[in-house]
Design a protein around this ligand. Sequence first.
Ligand code: DX5
Ligand code: ZN
Length: 221
Amino acid sequence: MIQVSPSILSADFANLERDLAMLAECGADMAHVDVMDGHFVPNLTIGAPVVKALRKVTALPLDVHLMISEPHKYIEDFAKAGADFLTIHVECDSPIAETLELIRSHGVKAALSVKPNTPASAIEPYLPMLDMVLVMSVEPGFGGQSFIPSALEKSAQLREMIDRINPSCLLEIDGGVSEENAPDCIRAGVNVIVAGSAVFRSDDRKKTISALRGGLESGCN
Ligand code: DX5
Ligand code: ZN
């Protein structure tokens, strides 16, 4: 089953409650929340207090993507704020295995992400500890960028590794995903699609969310 996790980076930040309700109504499976520290990536967004506020107004699972240099310092805050998934980057400065353990110790699902220039092999040692792998198909930092095609080959490599080592682990892709390239991602073995601009710029968001996972339902905005 393919899940869609729209990125609220493209939502209206003055109306997040309204936009989360719209996503639930339009059939989203989760809400993807992009946390940036202005250091790991050249942009700043939101922190745990906002995740806590979102938790109060939606039943959608919160898929929190930590694009921050030292995630181990903030895991407890994000876990207490109500994150369902916490994704850290394999390129961050925290000890990876310890940080994944910390996430799991709070009963939160642990995920590990790779940037476009990091090989899939960087993930392999940690796969037994993971609930999800996140393949970045743009350089993290901004919404609305173009999909980097080499992410498809990397997804296929990760699919092979996941099937061999930890078959229940999810494989998510994030960055520049659209109705046009989502089928390629799914063919490469991805089962969680993140999409920010493709969902929020659509004039039929239900249809777009459905198309991203391979269906054709429409009629909601
Ligand atoms: C980029 C973020 C993405 C971004 C995706 O650093 O991690 O989640 O919001 O946005 P689109 O789908 O517009 O590329
Ligand atoms: Zn993201």
